[in-house]
Design a protein around this ligand. Structure first.
Ligand code: PLP
Length: 451
Protein backbone atom coordinates (compact mmCIF):
# COMPACT_ATOMS: atom_id res chain seq x y z
CA UNK A 1 0.00 0.00 0.00
CA UNK A 2 1.16 3.57 -0.65
CA UNK A 3 1.24 5.67 2.49
CA UNK A 4 0.51 9.36 1.84
CA UNK A 5 2.49 11.96 3.74
CA UNK A 6 0.56 13.27 6.77
CA UNK A 7 -2.24 10.75 6.27
CA UNK A 8 -3.61 8.92 9.31
CA UNK A 9 -1.68 5.89 8.05
CA UNK A 10 1.63 7.81 7.97
CA UNK A 11 1.06 9.30 11.41
CA UNK A 12 0.21 5.88 12.80
CA UNK A 13 3.43 4.39 11.46
CA UNK A 14 5.31 7.39 12.88
CA UNK A 15 3.89 7.35 16.41
CA UNK A 16 2.09 4.14 17.39
CA UNK A 17 3.70 0.98 18.71
CA UNK A 18 1.10 -1.68 17.96
CA UNK A 19 0.27 -4.66 20.14
CA UNK A 20 0.66 -8.05 18.42
CA UNK A 21 2.00 -6.60 15.18
CA UNK A 22 5.18 -7.28 13.24
CA UNK A 23 6.91 -3.99 14.07
CA UNK A 24 9.17 -4.09 11.05
CA UNK A 25 6.46 -5.02 8.54
CA UNK A 26 4.16 -2.37 9.97
CA UNK A 27 6.53 0.42 8.98
CA UNK A 28 6.04 -0.66 5.36
CA UNK A 29 2.39 -1.73 5.42
CA UNK A 30 0.86 0.87 7.74
CA UNK A 31 -2.44 0.32 9.54
CA UNK A 32 -5.97 -0.44 8.48
CA UNK A 33 -7.70 2.57 10.02
CA UNK A 34 -11.23 1.80 11.17
CA UNK A 35 -13.59 4.74 11.40
CA UNK A 36 -17.06 3.45 12.20
CA UNK A 37 -19.08 0.40 13.13
CA UNK A 38 -22.54 -0.73 12.05
CA UNK A 39 -24.05 -3.96 13.41
CA UNK A 40 -21.54 -6.73 12.75
CA UNK A 41 -19.68 -4.54 10.24
CA UNK A 42 -16.79 -2.11 10.49
CA UNK A 43 -16.02 0.62 7.99
CA UNK A 44 -12.51 1.84 7.25
CA UNK A 45 -11.28 5.38 6.61
CA UNK A 46 -11.80 4.92 2.87
CA UNK A 47 -15.38 3.78 3.27
CA UNK A 48 -14.79 0.03 2.72
CA UNK A 49 -17.15 -2.17 4.73
CA UNK A 50 -16.12 -5.47 6.32
CA UNK A 51 -17.79 -8.18 8.38
CA UNK A 52 -15.87 -8.30 11.68
CA UNK A 53 -15.29 -12.03 11.56
CA UNK A 54 -13.57 -12.12 14.93
CA UNK A 55 -15.94 -9.80 16.81
CA UNK A 56 -13.03 -7.36 17.18
CA UNK A 57 -10.91 -9.56 19.39
CA UNK A 58 -13.50 -12.20 20.35
CA UNK A 59 -15.36 -9.54 22.29
CA UNK A 60 -17.81 -7.27 20.41
CA UNK A 61 -20.74 -9.58 21.10
CA UNK A 62 -23.42 -6.97 20.37
CA UNK A 63 -21.73 -5.55 17.29
CA UNK A 64 -20.54 -2.00 16.83
CA UNK A 65 -23.62 0.22 17.05
CA UNK A 66 -25.60 -0.70 20.17
CA UNK A 67 -27.19 2.56 21.27
CA UNK A 68 -28.32 1.23 24.66
CA UNK A 69 -24.69 0.78 25.70
CA UNK A 70 -23.83 4.31 24.57
CA UNK A 71 -26.76 5.65 26.60
CA UNK A 72 -25.78 3.62 29.68
CA UNK A 73 -22.25 5.05 29.53
CA UNK A 74 -23.55 8.58 29.04
CA UNK A 75 -26.03 8.36 31.95
CA UNK A 76 -23.32 7.06 34.27
CA UNK A 77 -20.79 9.68 33.12
CA UNK A 78 -23.31 12.40 33.99
CA UNK A 79 -24.18 10.94 37.37
CA UNK A 80 -20.90 9.61 38.73
CA UNK A 81 -18.06 9.38 36.19
CA UNK A 82 -15.62 7.89 38.66
CA UNK A 83 -15.44 6.44 42.05
CA UNK A 84 -13.27 3.69 43.45
CA UNK A 85 -13.85 0.72 45.70
CA UNK A 86 -10.83 0.95 48.00
CA UNK A 87 -11.33 1.04 51.75
CA UNK A 88 -14.89 -0.29 51.50
CA UNK A 89 -16.28 2.46 49.20
CA UNK A 90 -18.87 1.33 46.68
CA UNK A 91 -21.44 2.47 44.15
CA UNK A 92 -24.65 1.12 42.75
CA UNK A 93 -23.71 -0.29 39.34
CA UNK A 94 -20.75 -2.27 40.72
CA UNK A 95 -23.00 -3.75 43.41
CA UNK A 96 -25.74 -4.65 40.93
CA UNK A 97 -23.28 -6.12 38.47
CA UNK A 98 -21.58 -8.27 41.10
CA UNK A 99 -24.95 -9.55 42.31
CA UNK A 100 -26.04 -10.42 38.76
CA UNK A 101 -22.75 -12.22 38.03
CA UNK A 102 -23.03 -14.34 41.16
CA UNK A 103 -26.57 -15.30 40.08
CA UNK A 104 -25.30 -16.27 36.61
CA UNK A 105 -22.32 -18.28 37.88
CA UNK A 106 -22.20 -21.86 36.62
CA UNK A 107 -21.24 -23.15 40.10
CA UNK A 108 -21.81 -21.57 43.52
CA UNK A 109 -19.58 -18.49 43.80
CA UNK A 110 -19.23 -16.07 46.67
CA UNK A 111 -17.66 -12.74 45.61
CA UNK A 112 -16.66 -10.74 42.54
CA UNK A 113 -13.41 -8.79 42.24
CA UNK A 114 -13.33 -6.25 39.39
CA UNK A 115 -10.34 -5.38 37.21
CA UNK A 116 -9.83 -3.88 33.75
CA UNK A 117 -8.59 -6.64 31.45
CA UNK A 118 -8.48 -10.39 31.15
CA UNK A 119 -4.78 -10.31 31.95
CA UNK A 120 -5.40 -8.45 35.20
CA UNK A 121 -8.15 -10.87 36.19
CA UNK A 122 -5.80 -13.83 35.67
CA UNK A 123 -2.94 -12.01 37.37
CA UNK A 124 -5.27 -11.51 40.33
CA UNK A 125 -6.21 -15.21 40.25
CA UNK A 126 -2.56 -16.24 40.43
CA UNK A 127 -1.94 -13.84 43.33
CA UNK A 128 -4.99 -15.25 45.09
CA UNK A 129 -3.70 -18.80 44.63
CA UNK A 130 -0.60 -17.73 46.54
CA UNK A 131 -2.53 -15.65 49.09
CA UNK A 132 -5.01 -18.48 49.70
CA UNK A 133 -2.31 -21.06 50.34
CA UNK A 134 -0.46 -18.73 52.70
CA UNK A 135 -3.72 -18.05 54.51
CA UNK A 136 -4.55 -21.75 54.99
CA UNK A 137 -1.03 -22.57 56.19
CA UNK A 138 0.24 -24.31 53.05
CA UNK A 139 2.84 -21.80 51.87
CA UNK A 140 4.71 -24.42 49.84
CA UNK A 141 1.68 -25.05 47.57
CA UNK A 142 2.49 -22.24 45.14
CA UNK A 143 3.35 -23.65 41.72
CA UNK A 144 0.64 -23.48 39.11
CA UNK A 145 0.01 -25.44 35.94
CA UNK A 146 -1.51 -24.30 32.67
CA UNK A 147 -1.30 -25.83 29.21
CA UNK A 148 0.82 -25.42 26.14
CA UNK A 149 -1.03 -23.19 23.64
CA UNK A 150 -3.18 -21.66 26.39
CA UNK A 151 -3.78 -17.93 26.26
CA UNK A 152 -4.26 -16.16 29.57
CA UNK A 153 -2.91 -12.68 28.81
CA UNK A 154 0.28 -10.65 28.70
CA UNK A 155 1.09 -9.27 32.14
CA UNK A 156 4.12 -10.96 33.70
CA UNK A 157 2.00 -13.51 35.53
CA UNK A 158 -0.64 -14.08 32.87
CA UNK A 159 1.93 -14.23 30.05
CA UNK A 160 3.72 -16.88 32.09
CA UNK A 161 0.45 -18.84 32.25
CA UNK A 162 0.04 -18.40 28.50
CA UNK A 163 1.57 -21.37 26.71
CA UNK A 164 2.62 -19.78 23.42
CA UNK A 165 6.31 -19.34 22.59
CA UNK A 166 5.84 -15.84 21.21
CA UNK A 167 4.71 -14.59 24.63
CA UNK A 168 7.77 -16.01 26.40
CA UNK A 169 10.60 -15.62 23.91
CA UNK A 170 12.78 -12.54 24.59
CA UNK A 171 10.57 -11.53 27.53
CA UNK A 172 12.46 -13.89 29.86
CA UNK A 173 9.26 -15.74 30.75
CA UNK A 174 7.65 -17.87 32.08
CA UNK A 175 8.16 -17.04 35.75
CA UNK A 176 9.64 -19.84 37.83
CA UNK A 177 6.87 -21.94 39.31
CA UNK A 178 4.54 -21.65 36.32
CA UNK A 179 4.49 -25.03 34.59
CA UNK A 180 2.81 -26.22 31.41
CA UNK A 181 1.18 -29.52 30.58
CA UNK A 182 -0.25 -31.09 27.40
CA UNK A 183 -2.55 -29.25 25.07
CA UNK A 184 -5.72 -31.31 24.48
CA UNK A 185 -5.85 -30.92 20.69
CA UNK A 186 -6.64 -34.38 19.38
CA UNK A 187 -6.08 -33.49 15.71
CA UNK A 188 -2.44 -32.55 16.28
CA UNK A 189 -1.39 -34.53 19.34
CA UNK A 190 -3.54 -37.67 19.24
CA UNK A 191 -1.42 -40.73 18.43
CA UNK A 192 -2.23 -42.85 15.36
CA UNK A 193 -4.94 -45.36 16.28
CA UNK A 194 -5.67 -43.63 19.60
CA UNK A 195 -9.31 -42.77 20.40
CA UNK A 196 -10.28 -39.35 21.78
CA UNK A 197 -11.11 -41.08 25.04
CA UNK A 198 -7.63 -42.62 25.23
CA UNK A 199 -6.08 -39.28 24.35
CA UNK A 200 -8.01 -37.62 27.20
CA UNK A 201 -6.74 -40.32 29.58
CA UNK A 202 -3.18 -39.74 28.38
CA UNK A 203 -3.51 -35.95 28.98
CA UNK A 204 -4.77 -36.59 32.53
CA UNK A 205 -1.96 -39.09 33.19
CA UNK A 206 0.58 -36.62 31.90
CA UNK A 207 -0.81 -33.97 34.27
CA UNK A 208 -0.64 -36.41 37.16
CA UNK A 209 2.95 -37.34 36.29
CA UNK A 210 3.93 -33.67 36.28
CA UNK A 211 2.28 -33.17 39.67
CA UNK A 212 4.03 -36.21 41.10
CA UNK A 213 7.39 -35.17 39.66
CA UNK A 214 7.11 -31.69 41.18
CA UNK A 215 5.56 -32.94 44.44
CA UNK A 216 1.78 -32.64 44.95
CA UNK A 217 2.31 -30.46 48.01
CA UNK A 218 3.92 -27.80 45.81
CA UNK A 219 1.12 -27.48 43.23
CA UNK A 220 -1.55 -24.89 44.06
CA UNK A 221 -3.71 -24.49 40.97
CA UNK A 222 -4.54 -25.47 37.41
CA UNK A 223 -5.62 -22.76 34.94
CA UNK A 224 -7.74 -23.61 31.91
CA UNK A 225 -9.83 -21.94 29.23
CA UNK A 226 -12.84 -24.27 28.73
CA UNK A 227 -12.22 -24.11 24.97
CA UNK A 228 -8.74 -22.81 24.14
CA UNK A 229 -9.51 -19.97 21.77
CA UNK A 230 -6.39 -18.01 20.80
CA UNK A 231 -4.23 -21.15 20.77
CA UNK A 232 -6.27 -22.43 17.80
CA UNK A 233 -9.86 -23.07 18.90
CA UNK A 234 -9.08 -26.29 20.68
CA UNK A 235 -12.16 -28.24 21.77
CA UNK A 236 -11.05 -30.85 24.30
CA UNK A 237 -12.33 -34.45 24.06
CA UNK A 238 -15.70 -34.97 25.81
CA UNK A 239 -14.26 -36.69 28.91
CA UNK A 240 -11.13 -34.54 29.20
CA UNK A 241 -12.24 -32.27 32.07
CA UNK A 242 -13.83 -35.13 34.01
CA UNK A 243 -10.43 -36.87 34.01
CA UNK A 244 -8.43 -33.70 34.67
CA UNK A 245 -10.68 -32.69 37.57
CA UNK A 246 -10.34 -36.14 39.14
CA UNK A 247 -6.57 -35.57 39.25
CA UNK A 248 -6.98 -32.06 40.68
CA UNK A 249 -9.31 -33.30 43.41
CA UNK A 250 -6.90 -36.11 44.30
CA UNK A 251 -4.10 -33.64 45.02
CA UNK A 252 -6.23 -30.79 46.40
CA UNK A 253 -5.43 -28.41 43.56
CA UNK A 254 -7.63 -25.39 42.78
CA UNK A 255 -9.20 -25.05 39.33
CA UNK A 256 -9.34 -21.62 37.73
CA UNK A 257 -11.54 -21.34 34.63
CA UNK A 258 -10.50 -18.59 32.26
CA UNK A 259 -13.83 -17.61 30.72
CA UNK A 260 -12.49 -14.44 29.10
CA UNK A 261 -13.62 -15.67 25.66
CA UNK A 262 -16.04 -18.50 26.45
CA UNK A 263 -18.08 -16.52 28.99
CA UNK A 264 -21.46 -14.97 28.10
CA UNK A 265 -22.78 -17.25 25.43
CA UNK A 266 -19.94 -17.85 22.99
CA UNK A 267 -20.33 -21.64 23.14
CA UNK A 268 -24.13 -21.57 23.42
CA UNK A 269 -24.07 -21.80 27.23
CA UNK A 270 -23.72 -18.81 29.54
CA UNK A 271 -20.25 -20.02 30.58
CA UNK A 272 -17.91 -22.47 28.89
CA UNK A 273 -17.59 -24.32 32.19
CA UNK A 274 -21.18 -25.52 31.73
CA UNK A 275 -20.35 -26.90 28.28
CA UNK A 276 -17.58 -29.06 29.68
CA UNK A 277 -18.75 -29.91 33.22
CA UNK A 278 -16.04 -27.81 34.89
CA UNK A 279 -16.43 -26.93 38.56
CA UNK A 280 -13.93 -24.11 39.09
CA UNK A 281 -12.93 -22.42 42.36
CA UNK A 282 -12.36 -19.11 40.57
CA UNK A 283 -13.61 -17.81 37.22
CA UNK A 284 -12.03 -14.97 35.26
CA UNK A 285 -14.07 -13.07 32.68
CA UNK A 286 -13.79 -9.96 30.50
CA UNK A 287 -14.50 -9.14 26.82
CA UNK A 288 -18.21 -10.03 26.28
CA UNK A 289 -18.89 -8.98 29.89
CA UNK A 290 -19.29 -5.45 28.52
CA UNK A 291 -19.67 -6.42 24.83
CA UNK A 292 -16.26 -4.67 24.64
CA UNK A 293 -17.83 -1.19 24.93
CA UNK A 294 -15.80 -0.58 28.09
CA UNK A 295 -12.64 -2.24 29.42
CA UNK A 296 -13.68 -4.34 32.39
CA UNK A 297 -12.91 -7.77 33.76
CA UNK A 298 -13.94 -9.74 36.80
CA UNK A 299 -12.75 -12.61 38.90
CA UNK A 300 -15.32 -14.63 40.79
CA UNK A 301 -14.12 -16.61 43.78
CA UNK A 302 -15.92 -19.31 45.72
CA UNK A 303 -16.55 -19.19 49.46
CA UNK A 304 -13.54 -21.41 50.21
CA UNK A 305 -11.23 -18.80 48.71
CA UNK A 306 -13.17 -15.85 50.12
CA UNK A 307 -13.20 -17.31 53.63
CA UNK A 308 -9.40 -17.58 53.50
CA UNK A 309 -9.14 -13.89 52.49
CA UNK A 310 -11.38 -12.91 55.41
CA UNK A 311 -9.33 -15.04 57.82
CA UNK A 312 -6.12 -13.45 56.54
CA UNK A 313 -7.57 -9.94 57.08
CA UNK A 314 -8.32 -10.90 60.66
CA UNK A 315 -4.60 -11.68 61.02
CA UNK A 316 -2.85 -9.06 58.89
CA UNK A 317 -5.46 -6.41 58.16
CA UNK A 318 -6.03 -4.95 54.72
CA UNK A 319 -6.27 -7.20 51.67
CA UNK A 320 -3.44 -5.55 49.73
CA UNK A 321 -4.67 -5.79 46.16
CA UNK A 322 -6.79 -3.59 43.87
CA UNK A 323 -6.71 -1.32 40.85
CA UNK A 324 -7.66 2.36 40.75
CA UNK A 325 -10.31 1.41 38.21
CA UNK A 326 -11.55 -1.80 39.90
CA UNK A 327 -15.32 -1.57 39.42
CA UNK A 328 -15.16 1.70 37.47
CA UNK A 329 -18.72 3.14 37.44
CA UNK A 330 -18.93 3.65 33.66
CA UNK A 331 -17.52 0.20 32.92
CA UNK A 332 -19.82 -1.50 35.43
CA UNK A 333 -22.84 0.46 34.13
CA UNK A 334 -22.10 -0.67 30.58
CA UNK A 335 -21.49 -4.27 31.66
CA UNK A 336 -24.76 -4.27 33.59
CA UNK A 337 -26.65 -2.98 30.55
CA UNK A 338 -24.91 -5.63 28.42
CA UNK A 339 -26.15 -8.41 30.70
CA UNK A 340 -29.67 -6.94 30.62
CA UNK A 341 -29.59 -6.94 26.81
CA UNK A 342 -28.36 -10.56 26.76
CA UNK A 343 -31.33 -11.52 28.91
CA UNK A 344 -34.03 -9.38 27.26
CA UNK A 345 -33.05 -10.36 23.72
CA UNK A 346 -32.33 -13.97 24.67
CA UNK A 347 -28.87 -13.82 23.11
CA UNK A 348 -28.16 -17.32 24.39
CA UNK A 349 -31.24 -18.63 22.57
CA UNK A 350 -30.12 -16.80 19.44
CA UNK A 351 -26.64 -18.38 19.59
CA UNK A 352 -28.22 -21.82 20.04
CA UNK A 353 -30.42 -21.16 17.00
CA UNK A 354 -27.75 -19.93 14.57
CA UNK A 355 -24.71 -21.92 15.78
CA UNK A 356 -25.67 -25.15 13.92
CA UNK A 357 -25.51 -23.25 10.60
CA UNK A 358 -22.16 -21.67 11.60
CA UNK A 359 -20.71 -25.07 12.49
CA UNK A 360 -22.15 -26.70 9.34
CA UNK A 361 -20.59 -24.09 7.07
CA UNK A 362 -17.30 -24.31 9.00
CA UNK A 363 -17.11 -28.10 8.76
CA UNK A 364 -18.02 -28.07 5.05
CA UNK A 365 -14.72 -26.22 4.51
CA UNK A 366 -12.84 -29.27 5.86
CA UNK A 367 -13.10 -30.46 2.24
CA UNK A 368 -11.04 -27.51 1.03
CA UNK A 369 -7.53 -28.58 -0.11
CA UNK A 370 -5.88 -26.13 2.32
CA UNK A 371 -7.83 -27.17 5.41
CA UNK A 372 -6.52 -29.90 7.70
CA UNK A 373 -9.01 -29.49 10.50
CA UNK A 374 -12.27 -27.52 10.84
CA UNK A 375 -13.34 -27.36 14.46
CA UNK A 376 -15.29 -25.24 16.89
CA UNK A 377 -18.33 -24.94 19.08
CA UNK A 378 -21.17 -22.45 19.28
CA UNK A 379 -20.14 -19.30 17.42
CA UNK A 380 -16.39 -19.85 17.41
CA UNK A 381 -14.43 -21.93 14.96
CA UNK A 382 -11.16 -22.31 13.16
CA UNK A 383 -9.80 -23.71 9.94
CA UNK A 384 -6.32 -25.08 10.52
CA UNK A 385 -4.45 -24.70 7.25
CA UNK A 386 -1.94 -27.41 6.38
CA UNK A 387 0.55 -28.07 3.62
CA UNK A 388 -0.55 -31.72 3.36
CA UNK A 389 -4.02 -32.85 4.40
CA UNK A 390 -3.04 -36.53 4.66
CA UNK A 391 0.18 -36.22 6.69
CA UNK A 392 -1.05 -33.01 8.48
CA UNK A 393 2.32 -31.44 7.66
CA UNK A 394 2.07 -27.82 8.75
CA UNK A 395 3.16 -24.85 6.69
CA UNK A 396 6.46 -23.22 7.60
CA UNK A 397 6.06 -19.97 9.55
CA UNK A 398 7.79 -18.17 6.67
CA UNK A 399 4.96 -19.27 4.36
CA UNK A 400 2.64 -16.98 6.34
CA UNK A 401 -0.28 -18.83 4.82
CA UNK A 402 -2.94 -17.81 7.34
CA UNK A 403 -1.72 -14.21 7.16
CA UNK A 404 -2.13 -14.39 3.39
CA UNK A 405 -5.60 -15.91 3.74
CA UNK A 406 -6.48 -13.12 6.18
CA UNK A 407 -5.35 -10.49 3.66
CA UNK A 408 -7.42 -12.10 0.92
CA UNK A 409 -10.39 -12.24 3.31
CA UNK A 410 -10.02 -8.51 3.82
CA UNK A 411 -10.17 -7.99 0.05
CA UNK A 412 -13.39 -10.04 0.07
CA UNK A 413 -14.84 -8.00 2.93
CA UNK A 414 -14.11 -10.07 6.05
CA UNK A 415 -11.70 -9.03 8.78
CA UNK A 416 -10.21 -11.84 10.84
CA UNK A 417 -6.88 -12.61 12.47
CA UNK A 418 -4.33 -15.19 11.48
CA UNK A 419 -3.34 -17.06 14.62
CA UNK A 420 -0.52 -19.43 13.75
CA UNK A 421 -1.88 -21.41 10.82
CA UNK A 422 -5.46 -20.81 11.83
CA UNK A 423 -8.09 -18.89 9.95
CA UNK A 424 -10.32 -18.13 12.91
CA UNK A 425 -13.92 -16.95 13.03
CA UNK A 426 -15.70 -15.67 16.12
CA UNK A 427 -18.29 -13.13 14.95
CA UNK A 428 -20.51 -10.92 17.11
CA UNK A 429 -23.17 -13.04 18.82
CA UNK A 430 -25.92 -11.02 17.12
CA UNK A 431 -24.93 -12.34 13.68
CA UNK A 432 -27.93 -13.54 11.59
CA UNK A 433 -28.11 -16.68 9.47
CA UNK A 434 -27.88 -14.61 6.28
CA UNK A 435 -24.76 -12.88 7.62
CA UNK A 436 -23.22 -16.23 8.58
CA UNK A 437 -23.70 -17.46 5.02
CA UNK A 438 -22.24 -14.23 3.65
CA UNK A 439 -19.18 -14.49 5.95
CA UNK A 440 -18.49 -18.09 4.90
CA UNK A 441 -19.05 -17.38 1.18
CA UNK A 442 -16.45 -14.61 1.40
CA UNK A 443 -14.06 -16.73 3.50
CA UNK A 444 -14.25 -19.54 0.98
CA UNK A 445 -13.20 -17.13 -1.77
CA UNK A 446 -10.23 -16.06 0.39
CA UNK A 447 -9.16 -19.68 0.80
CA UNK A 448 -9.53 -20.33 -2.94
CA UNK A 449 -7.31 -17.30 -3.63
CA UNK A 450 -4.74 -18.61 -1.15
CA UNK A 451 -4.58 -22.16 -2.52
N1 PLP B 1 -7.71 -14.99 28.71
C1 PLP B 1 -8.16 -15.36 27.51
C2 PLP B 1 -8.78 -16.71 27.34
C3 PLP B 1 -8.04 -14.50 26.42
O1 PLP B 1 -8.44 -14.90 25.22
C4 PLP B 1 -7.47 -13.23 26.62
C5 PLP B 1 -7.34 -12.29 25.50
O2 PLP B 1 -7.57 -12.61 24.35
C6 PLP B 1 -7.00 -12.89 27.88
C7 PLP B 1 -7.15 -13.79 28.92
C8 PLP B 1 -6.35 -11.58 28.14
O3 PLP B 1 -7.28 -10.57 28.10
P1 PLP B 1 -6.80 -9.05 27.88
O4 PLP B 1 -6.29 -8.95 26.49
O5 PLP B 1 -8.08 -8.28 28.12
O6 PLP B 1 -5.78 -8.78 28.90
Amino acid sequence: MTILLNSLEARDAAFVLHPYTNASQHLQDGPLVISRGEGIHIIDSEGNKYIEGLGGLFCASLGFSEQRLVDAAMRQMQELPFYHSFGGKSHETAIELAERLIRLAPVPMSKVFFANSGSEANDTALKLVWYYHNAIGKPEKKKVISRWRAYHGVTIASASLTGLPNNHRDFDLPLAGVLHTDCPEFYRYGHPGESEEEFATRCAESLENLILAEGPDTIGAFFAEPLMASGGCIVPPPTYYEKIQAVLRKYDILLIADEVICGFGRLGTMFGSESFGMRPDMISMAKQLSAAYQPISALMVNEKVHAAIVAESEKIGTFGHGFTYSGHPVATAVALETLKIYEERDILGHVQKVAPLFQRRLRALAEHPLVGSARGRGLIGTLELVRDKVTKEPFKPADGVAIHAGKRAQVHGVVTRAIGDNYSLCPPLIITEAEINDMFDRSEKALDDTY
